[in-house]
Design a protein around this ligand. Structure first.
Ligand SMILES: [Fe+2]
Length: 336
């Protein structure tokens, strides 16, 4: 039984040596930025006070915020952890419980933030062969940054997937949508969604991935208004000579149309639209690492984009071997 069930992701937090440089990128990326209390904040059009925070300091990912349903939930979580519910002294106020996960990530669980009215959001009508809802109307789009609506998910590298999975699920009520295996019975991670009962929830809010290399944030993802908005945002970031990372394409797990970019400090941020939603009644599935890296259409994963690209099966094999070796060494002290 989970201590609480979080509603959604709230924000991601970074530090960077040049807030002006970060602001320039975030505005090109489609966030509305403002500075207060020595920090830089980025917000989307959903009325929430902020979704991206940068503090002055060395270039670093600092942590992730989750949104609890109520202050009472924060109190239950704080009691379980033997810690306190504190005032959140940032735009929008509210309260926060600060935790540290098994890999040392800062987790800020927030509730009671004041929100503004959401901005109007364009609802484009796409004509298809089956249905033509747009009639006697044209599509005319202006070049502009994408319109980030909200933060959708974060992907964290973890040292031990099963340990992290247990920690995150027990505290926050996450449900597995898709578990990824590098080989049969060698799990490397899972896409996990919020348990909101009958209320549909994004296919994933957190993805914990035990992959080779140093720990850290793999990316944070932001929902934009629509496919047109994502594509206009892509063109705009190109004209601004920002660093593209991967996209545009359509993922398999979650089905999102995606577009990944790097900020000036090497952090990866994703635009996405048209993702899957599930309720608590939908069962988890198992998926291969090949499916994780493949696309339904669009740009291949950068690992497979070169002419000398390794086959996906080889990457899965090497990852599975690394995970098995790690598992073996993790077990041996007890067995000895
Ligand atoms: Fe993503």
């Amino acid at each position: 039984m989970a201590i609480i069930k979080v509603e959604d992701i709230a924000h991601v937090r970074f530090s960077a040596p040049d807030l002006g440089l970060m602001r320039g990128f975030l505005e090109d990326f489609g966030l509305t930025c403002f500075a207060t209390g020595g920090r830089l904040y980025g917000k989307g059009g959903d009325g929430r006070p902020f979704v991206h925070v940068t503090e002055p300091g060395e270039a670093k990912f600092l942590g992730v915020g989750l949104r609890a349903a109520s202050i009472a939930d924060l109190e239950a979580l704080a009691a379980h952890e033997g810690t306190a519910v504190e005032p959140l002294e940032e735009p929008g106020g509210g309260m926060v419980v600060r935790l540290t996960d098994p890999d040392g990530y800062r987790i800020e669980v927030v509730a009671g933030q004041a929100c503004e009215a959401p901005e109007p959001c364009a609802a484009p009508q796409f004509n298809s062969a089956a249905a033509k809802p747009r009639q006697r109307e044209t599509i005319r789009l202006d070049p502009a940054p994408a319109h980030v609506r909200r933060i959708g998910h974060a992907v964290l590298k973890v040292g031990d997937f099963r340990r992290s999975e247990a920690w995150w699920k027990h505290r926050f009520g996450f449900l597995t949508s898709d578990e990824i295996e590098a080989a049969p019975n060698v799990p490397l991670g899972a896409f996990m969604r919020c348990d909101r009962g009958d209320v549909p929830s994004d296919h994933h809010t957190i993805f914990l991935a035990q992959l080779p290399g140093p720990l850290g944030l793999l990316h944070a993802a932001f929902e934009v208004e629509s496919l047109d908005d994502l594509m206009l945002g892509h063109e705009y970031l190109k004209t601004r000579q920002r660093e593209a990372a991967w996209g545009v394409g359509r993922h398999i797990m979650g089905s999102q149309i995606f577009d990944y970019w790097k900020d000036p400090f090497g952090n990866e941020l994703e635009h996405w639209t048209d993702g899957d939603l599930f309720t608590a009644a939908d069962p988890p599935a198992k998926q291969t690492m090949q499916a994780l890296l493949a696309v339904q259409w669009g740009a291949p994963h950068p690992m497979f984009a070169g002419r000398m690209a390794p086959p996906p099966g080889l990457i899965a094999f090497v990852t599975a071997m690394q995970l098995r070796i790690k598992r073996l060494f993790a077990r041996s002290p007890k067995e000895a």
